[in-house]
Design a binder for this molecule. Structure first.
Ligand SMILES: NC(=O)c1ccc[n+]([C@@H]2O[C@H](COP(=O)([O-])OP(=O)(O)OC[C@H]3O[C@@H](n4cnc5c(N)ncnc54)[C@H](O)[C@@H]3O)[C@@H](O)[C@H]2O)c1
Length: 477
């Protein structure tokens, strides 16, 4: 699934490897060193890697033509709705027929105007129920409203016969999320949850190639974070004020709450749900496991408690029991200092895999533990780039008086997956292709539910002030 986007060969080297490298490759790799010297050896490996890349690109699937058209509506055209709209405008054979948003003078107008520029005559609605009544011939709907609306809107859209792409967090309550899973099952319609990393070519490459090849060995610990700098509350232009009646009709007490719903109990789940759900979803996916327990500390340590009901700082530790042994996974989100942004860091006994969705930070690297078998074959196959050779660093290692207890720095290899599309485009494409019947969903309702169970428990653990356990049947609907 989506393998073509990774631009990589489909060889499965597992059959040839017992110990990370076969004898022929090992001899070939070692023999090159004295002839070329250390720097020449790196250049040689880089060329081998480049050749593998080019070969893989030539073999990649051609872009699909003549896709059946799909008629699509968007519900919720705020910050994320605009991002999704922008991505959908770059996907062929999508007809954007309608937009619904309760902020009619601002979000709705902006979306309809944008669509007009792309020659889409989309109809605008304030209430999604009116949209469902009047819009005939829709195939699918994309939902990007605040979390507390997801369940009602998704269930109604599925029952109206539409396939649904619903943003994360699937719902702010497990009950709401459960209704969504059941409605998808009852109606037989598709429900994709917006954990878009599940369709990201770099994440898919790491899961399908590097982890399956066991490159980093047994994962024993994970750490990850999403740190953000201090942010002001979101405001609104006075001329776009929504009437109090309308705000209340849609569940908001005030304009302040309408704009800053994430921080409010009953509407969102705070940063651990908003941000953490993306990455804790990756922990579960990459470990192929669900957590057994979680303990967490968190608080409203910085912002005003008047406007912030959820924790601005959370530190959580999950415990997993995987087929290969126990794993402890730390996750932190805080909103007062953006140090090092966001990433997930998987630490195994043979290497470390660090990944981020952010193109602005680092795209991903994998580090070989010095005592692990060489990775020449993975470089040859284009799974990872040649190691970064830092001559200056080597000089220091040779000349400096290192303490004998100090670990040698591991080799850094990059993840060779170029990605220049909007972050959400592959996940939307996966959804639309699933509607057309050519792919299966990368994040079904059931998967989204498991993530919601894993993440929502953190807030409970903070309140309880103790380790909470997950029962196996909690993850099932
Ligand atoms: N996948 C991601 O990377 C990602 C990133 C950001 C946000 N999100 C998710 O997207 C969703 C929206 O977040 P946002 O940042 O765009 O919020 P936002 O407040 O900027 O936008 C929400 C929009 O929904 C509209 N709205 C509110 N209630 C509505 C209703 N009942 N019917 C129709 N429209 C309604 C609002 O008027 C607003 O325009 C959330 O679930 C959030 O978690 C996902």
């Amino acid at each position: 699934m989506n393998e073509d986007k990774c631009h990589l060969q489909k060889d499965n080297p597992n059959s040839r490897r017992a110990n990370g490298l076969d004898r022929r490759d090992f001899l070939h790799g070692v023999a090159a060193v004295p002839v070329l010297g250390l720097f020449g050896y790196a250049v040689h490996k880089e060329r081998v890697f480049q050749r593998a890349q080019t070969a893989a690109k030539l073999g990649a699937a051609a872009p699909a033509g003549n896709l059946p058209e799909l008629n699509v509506a968007l519900i919720g055209a705020g910050a994320q709705g605009s991002v999704l709209l922008d991505a959908m405008l770059k996907i062929p054979s999508i007809r954007l027929r309608a937009v619904c948003d309760i902020w009619t003078d601002y979000s709705l107008k902006r979306a309809i105007n944008l669509l007009g520029k792309y020659k889409f005559e989309a109809n605008g609605y304030e209430d999604y129920r009116e949209m469902l009544e009047k819009e005939k011939g829709l195939d699918a709907v994309v939902i990007a409203t605040p979390d507390f609306w997801h369940s009602r809107q998704t269930v109604d859209c599925l029952r109206a016969g539409l396939h649904v792409y619903c943003e994360k967090e699937m719902s702010n309550t497990l009950e709401g999320a459960r209704h969504m899973v059941l409605a998808a099952r009852e109606t037989g319609k598709l429900l994709q949850i917006g954990h878009q990393r599940r369709s990201h070519p770099r994440y898919l490459h790491c899961y399908e190639k590097l982890l399956k090849a066991n490159m980093i060995g047994r994962i024993v610990t994970i750490n990850g974070q999403w740190n953000r700098s201090v942010q002001q509350d979101l405001g609104w232009p006075n001329r776009y004020l929504i009437s109090q009646d309308r705000l209340e009709k849609y569940g908001f007490k005030s304009m302040q709450q309408f704009r800053n719903w994430r921080w409010c109990k009953g509407l969102g789940g705070g940063p651990i749900v908003d941000l953490g759900s993306h990455q804790i979803d990756i922990y579960n996916w990459f470990l192929d496991a669900k957590p057994k327990a979680v303990m967490a500390s968190g608080g409203i340590d910085y912002y005003s408690r008047e406007s912030h009901e959820w924790y601005d700082t959370v530190m959580a530790i999950y415990e997993y029991e995987t087929g290969k042994g126990p794993v402890r996974a730390y996750y932190q989100t805080q909103t007062t200092n953006g140090s090092q942004g966001y990433f997930e860091n998987f630490m195994g006994d043979q290497g470390t895999l660090v990944l981020s969705e952010s193109e602005a930070g680092f795209r991903g690297s994998i580090y070989r533990q010095p005592e692990a078998p060489p990775w020449d074959e993975w470089v040859r196959l284009g799974y990872v780039s040649a190691p970064r050779v830092q001559m200056a660093k080597k000089e220091i290692e040779i000349n400096a008086l290192l303490d004998v207890r100090e670990s040698v720095s591991p080799d850094e290899h990059q993840i060779p997956v170029e990605f220049h599309d909007p972050y959400h485009k592959p996940h939307l494409e996966n959804f639309f292709n699933a509607v057309r019947g050519t792919e299966s969903l990368n994040c079904s309702a059931e998967v989204g539910y498991e993530t919601a169970v894993s993440v929502l428990k953190v807030n409970e653990a903070i309140e309880a002030g103790k380790r909470l356990y997950f029962q196996e049947d909690e993850f099932k609907v």
